[in-house]
Design a protein around this ligand. Sequence first.
Ligand code: ATP
Ligand code: MG
Length: 244
Amino acid sequence: MALKLTNLYKSFGSIRVLEDINIISNKKECIAIIGPNGAGKSTLFKVISGIVKQDIGNVEFNNKNINELNVEKRARLGISQSFQKNSLFLEMTVKESLMLACSHKYKTSFNLIKPLIKNNFISDDAIMIAKDIGLENYLDVQSEFLSYGLQRQLELGIAIACNPKLLLLDEPTAGMSPAETKDIITLIRKLSKDYSIIIVEHDMEVIYNLADKIYVLDRGKLIFEGSPNAVKNSKLVQKVYLGI
Ligand SMILES: Nc1ncnc2c1ncn2[C@@H]1O[C@H](COP(=O)(O)OP(=O)(O)OP(=O)(O)O)[C@@H](O)[C@H]1O
Ligand SMILES: [Mg+2]
């Protein structure tokens, strides 16, 4: 077991956003969370990564209760979140962005003013990740000049650079063209062999393609869990989420 969420509740003021959430994700499994806008998916991710603290319930990671750990400590345990919105330093190149992300791993600070040669080991690591995410031909390109799809691929690379065990991917295909979507799915599928992944995604084809197990969230409550096939065949899910 990689992640276990037990009886999670979260309210913002008087609005209850998460209610009695129970989820288990096993190692190297790809779990999908789906649900209508405002269902609480991003909030759930934030509770897992430690950005938001639940009111009630437990978050366990690799059999350890991590309720009291902040974002940095959870990241050090291997929980890595990529955000729904673009969160790159646009003026940095692909290589610099990956080097900065890798530098955390070595507990050293990557200094942009230092000649890059002094950061050889971080540089090698960054290049390896660039290859993994298909950006090896863009190493010296500033993020702002990458296409939107490549920017999201770089974000994935940054998440991987932090040496994660669990990747939380919030709508990784949002705003992408069909071709970009295809590329990022291929990339996520590749990553799912090495990492536990929890993905929030509106594109059902993407979900059916990637997920081992799907949880359906509606107004803060889990209303269904099952395999992609079970979700396809569930009248309840079709009514609530797919609007069929
Ligand atoms: N920091 C906050 N303060 C107050 N309300 C919030 C906060 N964050 C989220 N909410 C509210 O919680 C509810 C769930 O939001 P959340 O972003 O988790 O939904 P979501 O399922 O990710 O939606 P979407 O599919 O649109 O991304 C919404 O009603 C939202 O307005
Ligand atoms: Mg969201």
